[in-house]
Design a binder for this molecule. Structure first.
Ligand SMILES: *Cc1c(COP(=O)(O)O)cnc(C)c1O
Length: 392
């Protein structure tokens, strides 16, 4: 084993993401009473700020839990065992959300899709049109599939539901797109948005939330199935909304600061920065791929490429493990691995959150170096292409 590498670790996982120094400094302070006026003011400001990022004027509930907790909150408040929902297959995260729903006794129908191309929304429209009895209670979609690097057109999904004149709710997971890729809960007609702290919001893991439409609140009131920790009704006790148990005050100190950072930069500028860095990453990968012998973009739908994570498919028969191991052990660059059936077959370059051009170029150049070290075949010149993309 080499000595511990010096310098900063370059962290390009698609979650968790880099925590900015400003956020770390904001959290470096003594605890305060979570029932004090001082904390309530911060809590209030954070609620309003997260709602602005989600683009909703409806309800927001926050949890001491990772994103999985917010997934579960959405399911247990809205559905009882035996009820039916439809999920759009996107990859590892749509499968994990499906497993959770199945374990809760919910009947899940999957609109299947090729993970490299993404779902055909017309298949959903067809299924909804056939559901004359309106047995389908909701449509679930992962806005940005972090495993494959693909974005789904959430507003088209809403249009398909409306055109079928179907009353189904629309639930969308925006955990890896929030504050990275344009997302508009109310304008797109989303009923529940699931978000988390450790991706575009640049915070530690441990807090998650759901934006909830008034229509979904009504549906939750009618649902009599048992629930407690995530029960929206019980949480609606205090202004703005009470936490179940002790509020994580340090997470709020951090969130307060990260919302300030996002608003100083401006959400549109944040999205533009992510688009610029993502395009440069893709420019590099396209060159590395050469005439088919090197690594390729996993996502094959040009209009669905994710601006927060790029999934890179390895050449046939070449594992991504030695490359990722060289990157972290020798060069202190952390890259994401493949999830589920993509384990070893892809690697992922996260480019979401607190990131700029030199950080991205460092990561891309070091990925090229690690490919050389690990003996991965690739065409050179990817970094030059990324520079051209950023300069243009
Ligand atoms: C990270 C992620 C999750 C899971 O969130 P945790 O905080 O790890 O529980 C769910 N969905 C998507 C799309 C994600 O990227």
């Amino acid at each position: 084993m080499n000595a511990k590498p010096r310098g900063r670790q370059f962290f390009n996982n698609p979650g968790p993401t880099n925590i900015p120094d400003r956020v770390l400094r904001a959290m470096d302070r003594p605890v305060i009473d979570f029932l004090s006026d001082e904390f309530l003011a911060i809590h209030h400001a954070c609620h309003a700020g997260v709602k602005r990022v989600l683009r909703t004027d409806q309800q927001l509930y926050m949890y001491n839990a990772s994103g999985h907790g917010a997934w579960e909150a959405a399911l247990v408040n809205l559905f009882s065992a035996g009820e039916r929902v439809v999920i759009l297959e996107s990859g590892y995260f749509s499968e994990s959300w499906t497993d959770m729903a199945v374990n809760l006794g919910i009947k899940v129908e999957t609109i299947t899709a090729d993970w490299r191309k993404g779902v055909d929304v017309a298949k959903l429209a067809e299924r909804l049109a056939a559901d004359k009895a309106h047995e389908i209670k909701a449509v679930l979609a992962v806005h940005n599939e972090t495993a494959t690097g693909m974005v789904l057109p959430v507003s088209d999904i809403r249009r398909a539901i409306d055109e079928a004149k179907h009353p189904a709710l629309l639930l969308s997971d925006t955990i890896s797109s929030l504050a990275s890729i344009d997302y508009r809960m109310d304008p797109w007609g989303v009923d529940v948005t699931v978000g988390g702290s450790q991706k575009g919001l640049m915070l530690p893991t441990g807090m998650s939330f759901t934006g909830v439409s008034n229509k979904a609140i009504e549906a939750a009131r009618k649902n009599k199935s048992p629930r407690h920790y995530f029960n929206w009704d019980q949480m609606t006790g205090r202004s703005p909304q009470k936490f179940m148990g002790t509020a994580p005050v340090h997470m709020f100190f951090g969130l307060h600061e990260s919302l300030k950072m996002l608003e100083e930069e401006g959400l549109e500028a944040v999205f533009d920065r992510h688009a610029r860095l993502a395009e440069a990453t893709r420019a590099a990968v396209r060159v590395w791929g050469g005439n088919g012998a090197g690594p390729q973009l996993f996502c094959q739908s040009p209009d669905r490429l994710s601006n927060s994570v790029t999934t890179v498919m390895m050449p046939e028969g070449v594992s991504s493990d030695p490359l990722r191991k060289a990157a972290i052990d020798r060069y202190n660059l952390s890259l994401g691995g493949g999830l589920g059936p993509l384990t070893g077959k892809v690697f992922r370059i996260g480019h979401m959150g607190d990131l700029n051009e030199p950080m991205l170029l460092g990561a891309l150049a070091t990925t090229e170096l690690a490919m050389k070290t690990a003996g991965v075949p690739f065409a050179p010149g990817g970094v030059d292409a990324a520079i051209e993309s950023l300069a243009g």
